[in-house]
Design a protein. Structure first.
Length: 319
């Protein structure tokens, strides 16, 4: 069946990159265009010898002129195509991560899932999305509503979707910056923007409205788990001197802190250990009131003496 998509021809260098799996065609690699298009359209990419190499979103505003979404010449870019891709991504995440981690994970990994420029993070009942390509922006409504539908039909609870499109790269793609709740039937838009997750046995409060990027670096989940092998048997400092200089949300520090604190408290099984990221003094007040024994609070610029809110650890810099 003949295809009616605009043809973009590229250099041998660009062809080589695509053949080795690279998902982008840069502007300087395009030698000719056969047909017309609007930015965000899907075009077919060909070699100089007219060999089909793939299809992708084209955008003259971007140095990344074409973002590949398919290498199958038989694909039709309709609703069924995007639904098929979504189901594959969701099923793959559930299979490799298991049911527990599936509650808190990166559902869509952009180019890796053939959704260039799209990130979807799941924080239990909240989905947070970021769209960095014009092609995805044009089909965003279908993608988001279908993704929620797929998750719900699998028994998952999704209460809201929040858009974190407040990044400068969108302007370079010809899109505006903004953030806010995605509006659709059956989705909430009046939440406070903070939700609690459990990752690798540690609780974190995630601010998906004001936090960096989507609120939490879920793509580092297994790196944080792996660090325990490196840190095993060692005391791990969360900063230097009297000031903390820590990773976002203190995630790595919290993971290592659990090991140290459990070592200190192994003789006190009744101790209640609550390890969370906090942007305020709530946990410190809970320690003072006796509700919990230890709170590890990770904040940029917090003094170490305030950060370590436990009698046995108050003078120990090694957490």
């Amino acid at each position: 069946m003949a295809r009616d998509l605009t043809k973009v021809f590229i250099t041998p260098k660009g062809e080589k990159h695509l053949k080795t799996g690279h998902p982008w065609v840069f502007g300087e690699e395009i030698t000719a265009v056969n047909g017309s298009y609007t930015n965000g359209d899907v075009v077919d990419v060909y070699s100089q010898k007219e060999r089909f190499l793939g299809s992708g979103y084209i955008n003259d505003n971007s140095k990344i002129r074409v973002r590949i979404i398919s290498r199958n010449a038989n694909d039709k870019f309709d609703d069924a195509f995007y639904e098929r891709r979504l189901r594959y991504a969701v099923d793959y995440r559930r299979t490799v991560m298991g049911d527990e981690d599936f509650k808190c994970c990166r559902l869509i990994f952009g180019e890796a899932d053939s959704f260039p420029g799209l990130t979807v993070d799941r924080f239990n009942n909240i989905l947070v999305i970021q769209v960095l390509s014009l092609g995805i922006e044009r089909v965003k409504t279908f993608i988001v509503t279908k993704l929620v539908e797929i998750l719900r039909e699998q028994g998952e609870t999704i209460d809201a979707v929040y858009e974190r499109n407040d990044v400068a790269i969108r302007e370079r793609e010809g899109m505006e910056q903004y953030k806010g709740f995605f509006k659709a039937e059956g989705l909430k838009t009046d939440l406070d923007g903070v939700t609690e997750i459990t990752e690798n046995g540690i609780k974190y409060a995630v601010d998906y409205i004001n936090g960096q990027k989507t609120g939490f670096f879920l793509d580092q989940k297994y790196n944080r788990m792996a660090i325990r092998k490196i840190a095993k048997g060692k005391k791990v400092a969360g900063g230097h001197g009297d000031s903390l200089s820590i990773g976002y949300a203190g995630a790595y520090e919290l993971w290592n802190a659990t090991r140290l604190i459990r070592h200190y408290y192994q003789a006190y099984p009744e101790a209640q250990i609550d390890l969370r990221f906090a942007s305020n003094q709530v946990l410190l007040s809970e320690v003072s009131s006796g509700k919990i024994d230890i709170a590890v609070i990770c904040e940029f610029g917090v003094e170490l003496s305030d950060w370590l809110a436990a009698k046995e650890l108050s003078n120990d810099p090694c957490v």
